[in-house]
Design a protein around this ligand. Structure first.
Ligand SMILES: [Zn+2]
Length: 507
């Protein structure tokens, strides 16, 4: 990754939040590394060094700044898509760290040599895989110290330090302070009830929260998800423990405020990473917009509606089931159907705010009588086959090492075609270049006749076609409401290129 120092310098001097997390500044005089938005007085150009990642700054011997808190910066943007080795490695490190076997094992899972992986990391991130993992662990520990009241022994365990002695020693060495002194500095005044955590998750502005919420609201599964008063909340289940979380916008701080209620602190890292993906918090708008704004149809909505994100999902299985339920019917119809599915086969739980169920686990859907909730025979069979494949671990949505292979396996299930697979790639795998080519609303938004024309047009938007799709759906939504009656807008789309025909997404 080549940093253009002139751009970095301009962003640093103007404290431009759009560059937050895209590079870090090592200050030679103080020995700390900062975010571009650091409120501390700006150092002279001759005293600073620019780094592509926090890990690179750490490896060069700089300490994280206590004022701008580099651990709060938005994550590395998926600049090369989910297929690139570095992106896949980062995702795996994000999901489970460097477990036994370390870098060797990570390289093996990715199907590359460990020396090659190291070279790739150094070229793109300026740091070794080991340094990247250590920085992530340190940053998460710092976040838990500052933002929660978890006992330090638990902070050490949850953030993966293994033992308290090492945790204390490392924190002291890096920050020149004990964990307790750091917590006192954070001046946290409100302590949270037991098993509740309040986190602030930063993004690079602009972020169109209203569009994100209205997309999620239309698809919110009754009992499992709820969009209300500017916030989103849902039930979750991780390793047999149930809980819920709620997210709302903290605009002034360029962050989402996330309240997690969960009984096992050990899963907090996973939960936070998943929420970041779900709300597409790592996206780099300034780069994305360059590919989209020269298109005649996209230019206007991109200008008037900046910061649209691609909504991800909490769980890949759940999202795929939702996509299948939505084939050939309206979004509203699919949401009602999902509500019936949850009521019939989801586990009942009780959390405040209308959250009553967990989304059904694959095991619950393998033998389920899905016709009883009004599903067609074909659709019921597709969901059962998917659930079976997940139970037998032929399809695994977590710890994905090869997104292409996952999509191929998904498409082997009768009833899952290219559209559904691309939709899953967009929302469950976070692939920024995924593009549901067969989608009828996309054709209409661009006034095109054939999928081939659409595919040709979309070439210019690479590697950000998923964002283009979000914009086109939003355009289609507004123009359809203007031109047609509501019932017509909800009519069924037919796509002869696909075994699974797409929903009319704009509804
Ligand atoms: Zn700073």
């Amino acid at each position: 990754m080549n940093l253009d120092w002139r751009i970095c310098s301009r962003a640093r001097l103007s404290r431009d939040a759009r560059f937050d997390g895209k590079f870090y500044i090592g200050v030679r005089t103080s020995g700390v590394y900062c975010r571009p938005i650091c409120p501390a007085p700006t150092a002279m150009e001759k005293n600073v060094r620019y780094f592509p990642t926090a890990a690179a700054a750490a490896e060069a011997g700089f300490r994280p700044c206590l004022r701008c808190r580099p651990e709060c910066s938005p994550g590395t943007p998926a600049w090369a898509g989910t297929q690139s080795t570095v992106s896949r490695a980062l995702r795996l490190i994000g999901e489970c760290g460097l477990v036994d076997g370390g870098v060797e094992m990570l390289a093996e899972r990715l199907g590359v040599g460990s020396r090659h992986l190291r070279r790739l990391f150094l070229r793109h991130l300026g740091a070794t895989p080991r340094a990247v993992e250590q920085t992530r662990r340190l940053h998460f520990a710092k976040k838990l110290i500052d933002e929660t009241s978890l006992p330090m022994i638990q902070v050490a365990m949850v953030s993966g330090f293994g033992c308290v002695r090492r945790f204390n020693a490392d924190i002291r060495k890096i920050y020149h302070r004990t964990p307790t002194q750091i917590r006192a500095l954070a001046r946290q005044t409100v302590s949270q009830p037991e098993n509740q955590y309040l986190f602030r998750l930063n993004f690079r502005p602009p972020y169109n929260w209203t569009a994100m919420l209205s997309f999620l609201a239309a698809r919110a599964t009754p009992g499992v998800e709820m969009v209300e008063q500017g916030g989103y909340r849902r039930t979750i289940s991780v390793n047999g423990v149930n809980g819920c979380f709620e997210a709302s916008l903290d605009e002034a701080r360029h962050a989402l405020s996330v309240r997690v209620q969960f009984g096992d602190a050990q899963s907090l890292f996973f939960i936070i990473e998943r929420i970041r993906m779900m709300f597409d918090l790592n996206a780099d708008w300034t780069t994305i917009v360059n590919s989209l704004r020269s298109d005649s149809v996209l230019a206007a909505p991109v200008r008037t509606n900046p910061g649209l994100r691609v909504p991800g999902c909490w769980n890949g299985f759940e999202l795929t089931v939702r996509a299948i339920l939505g084939q050939q019917i309206t979004v509203r119809g699919a949401t009602a159907l999902a509500g019936r599915l949850v009521k019939a086969f989801g586990r009942q739980i009780s959390f405040p705010g209308g959250l009553t169920h967990l989304f059904p686990a694959p095991e619950a859907l393998v033998e389920a009588n899905l016709a009883s909730i009004g599903l067609t025979k074909a659709r019921a069979e597709t969901i059962r086959a998917l659930a079976q494949a997940v139970c037998e671990r032929r399809i695994i949505f977590d710890g994905i090492v090869d997104p292409g292979a996952l999509l191929t396996r998904l498409r082997e299930i009768p009833g899952i075609g290219a559209w559904t697979a691309q939709y899953v790639a967009m929302r469950a795998l976070g692939e920024p270049d995924a593009f549901p080519v067969g989608d009828i609303a996309l054709l209409r938004a661009l006034d095109l006749k054939s999928h081939r024309e659409l595919e040709r047009r979309a070439e210019a938007w690479r590697p950000w076609r998923a964002y283009a799709a979000m914009y086109l759906w939003s355009v289609a939504g507004t123009s359809v409401t203007r031109k047609q009656t509501a019932s017509k807008a909800h009519k069924i789309a037919v796509d002869d290129h696909d075994t699974a025909q797409p929903t009319y997404m704009a509804g």
